[in-house]
Design a protein around this ligand. Sequence first.
Ligand code: GLV
Ligand code: MN
Ligand code: MN
Length: 419
Amino acid sequence: MTGASNLRINADRLVSRLKELGRVGALPGGGVCRLALTQEDQQGRDLVVSWMRALGLEVIVDDIGNIFGRRAGRQNIEPVMIGSHIDTVATGGLYDGCLGVLAGLEIVETLNEAGLTTDRPIVVAAFTNEEGARFAPDMMGSLVYVGGLAVEEARATQGIDGQTVGDCLERIGYGGTRLEGAPAVHAYLELHIEQGPVLEDEDLQIGVVEGVQGISWQEFTVRGRSSHAGTTPMRLRHDAGLAAAQIAAAVHAIVTEIGGAQVGTVGSFNLHPNLVNVVPETARFTVDLRNTDEQLLQQAERRLAERVIEIAARVGVSVEVRALARFEPVEFDKRLVAAVEAGANRLGMSNRRMPSGAGHDAQMLARICPAAMIFVPSVDGISHNIQELTHPADLENGANLLLATVLETARSGANQEKQ
Ligand code: GLV
Ligand code: MN
Ligand code: MN
């Protein structure tokens, strides 16, 4: 493949596809709402599939709705996969996930234009429900793909609106078909925005991602007794809202005490009946705990469980807990990470190694093949927010580094064995 090392992607084309996809489910103030398996997700999928077909990719949809666009290689062997997701949180931006998928398409178009065929096939993947905002767990499509969750169980999952994954998949026409045999992937690469402030703060162009921190999602349901807010003396209340608020405050106190990389968030909080003059009967809220260190993450979970028992007894309520997602920290393939780093240095892009604070499909693919990720800076470190932004020059750098890494990895002689 002479000349391949001089090959560069077309940044305008990448940005224009990001903007076009960003118009699907666009929110009035900017940003997008394309929650998994909604009508907007369907429209986004249809657009991505139409682009895949126009680029000559063979499109396959599996039975959890993952979309794969395959470009044949010189040899019919295990492909290099480039992937991410196009679903968003309800108040999402244009780049989270979409960058990884559309950079994959941009690489395919660049290779098509140059008339280059790689030794290995290239597959561009858009995984179902990475966000987990509507259906838990997050990274659901990639988790099913790698065999970490039975497809029947995933399809039976109820979302925050009571609908199931399976029904929604069928409704939007992405029920797909079961793939034959175990997935065989030579290597997996994902380009993503950092979604945090480190690269911008250090004025760096590229994050070479070494792994993903552990994630623990739990849903708590507190049951008390509703009563009149004016007539019920404080000592005779069973206030579910009070207990929930105290548990939320405990989450903050525990993660602050543990310190370091430990983070904790109460992101969803609902009271019933949620009226000004009624002591809350029930409270339902979520807790998101994350740490790069599995032992410390377990410690945070343990300490929270102890505080919940103590608060429930003091306030006179009962508490149920349901695990929504639990993934241990993941380390990416050392050789592939080093290849990304070497590529960034070769291309003259300033970089540093770093962990990922967010969950990604790459952490699931790492179970079955060498996987690695490339981060590009997020303006003000903001993501999961309609103001999410990455500058075109950074998108271009990331996609060019992805292209270089794909070209290297797609050589059939490449020795990227899993370590
Ligand atoms: C997925 O975006 C997550 O890390 O919550
Ligand atoms: Mn993402
Ligand atoms: Mn996200």
